[in-house]
Write a protein that binds this ligand. Structure first.
Ligand code: AMP
Ligand code: MG
Ligand code: MG
Length: 309
């Protein structure tokens, strides 16, 4: 491509490298053995040194390169100078070479909103369930999640030293999603994936209402979307207001780019404008195929319970 690629492509190319750097930080903190765990709202809502450093790295690297974008990160951090060794300046050449979908060619830097979950699955990270962990960078335009990057820092960790550790999945609406092999659960099997550490009666009632053949309980919103696109699960069902916009923005794009759908429990899409409330109050319902079936199975009592939150 001649000339300067559109800002959407440049931002995704940077986010790819920045997510890789954040993944490396997440691994390094684990190996240091000093997790620096802090409870945010309680024992099931944790922050570690990895969450803090990865967010500093992502937000500072992107805002230096793209000073006009709005960046919203999960962690509430005091303003302080970010160490230079946390800054990533690279861009993925492979992404810069791709052509930008027409509808995003004229988008301006100041119209983009970036939602950052520096470490999704913190609870599992502290418990050694390392493949549940992801770094999520989602990009929204006009309130719609349009591009996303997911880094999985410990992908392959159980295979030992021979295997390459970590991977990065990325996608843009209208272009596709890359960095994994798309697989589907056979049509006649309904496998539901849901939370392992934030469950309650409403969450469980809703999972059961789907009449699943099997239920997988794992950590992380990013991890659960990876299960959907790699043929491990058919639907992600979470009837709780616990997920936030930074949990769903990037995963939603990857799923949508391969023909799936992520909505609230009513089947309504979420909006990602800079000023929306952070909580996904009406829950998360996502599927690669047959999303409407899962929406139709949500019991009225579950919808009522979510309304009261
Ligand atoms: P889980 O499936 O439990 O790993 O949750 C997916 C994402 O939503 C993670 O980032 C969790 O931290 C977040 N989350 C879900 N429920 C809650 C909750 N009750 N309190 C705080 N965070 C939550
Ligand atoms: Mg998260
Ligand atoms: Mg997080």
């Amino acid at each position: 491509m001649s000339g300067n690629p559109p800002v959407v492509m440049r931002l995704v190319a940077s986010a790819y490298k920045v997510a890789e750097k954040a993944g490396a930080i997440v691994r390094k903190v684990l190996h240091s053995g000093e997790l620096g765990i802090v409870e945010k709202t309680g024992a099931n809502d944790l922050q570690t040194m990895a969450d803090r450093l990865a967010q500093q790295s992502i937000c500072e690297s992107l805002s230096r390169h793209f000073p006009k974008i709005t960046i919203i990160g999960e962690e509430d951090l005091p303003p302080e100078k970010v160490q230079e060794d946390l800054i990533e300046t690279g861009q993925a050449e492979e992404i810069l070479q791709r052509s930008c979908p027409d509808e995003f060619k004229e988008v301006k830097e100041e119209e983009l909103v970036v939602w950052v979950d520096p470490l999704d699955g913190t609870k599992e990270y502290t418990e050694g369930l390392l493949d549940n962990v992801t770094v999520l960078i989602g990009i929204a335009y006009g309130g719609r999640a349009i591009a996303g990057v997911i880094n999985q820092p410990f992908y392959n960790y159980q295979l030992g030293a021979e295997a390459t550790l970590g991977r990065t999945i990325w996608g843009i609406l209208g272009l596709g999603a890359f960095g994994f092999k798309l697989q589907e659960v056979p049509e006649d099997r309904r496998i539901v994936t849901t939370t392992r550490s934030h469950s309650n009666k409403v969450v469980t009632d809703c999972v059961n209402a789907m009449e699943p053949h099997d239920v997988i309980r794992v950590g992380g919103a990013g991890n659960k979307i990876i299960q959907l696109i790699e043929g491990k699960a058919s639907a992600y069902v979470f009837a709780s207001p616990g997920c936030k916009k930074w949990d769903t923005c990037a995963p939603e794009v990857i799923l949508h780019a391969v023909g799936g759908k992520l909505t609230d429990m009513y089947g309504k899409p979420y909006c990602y404008h800079a000023d929306v409330k952070h909580m996904n109050s009406a829950g998360v319902l996502a599927a690669l195929r047959n999303h409407e079936y899962y929406v139709s199975r949500v019991p009225p009592s579950v919808l009522q319970a979510l309304k009261n939150d």
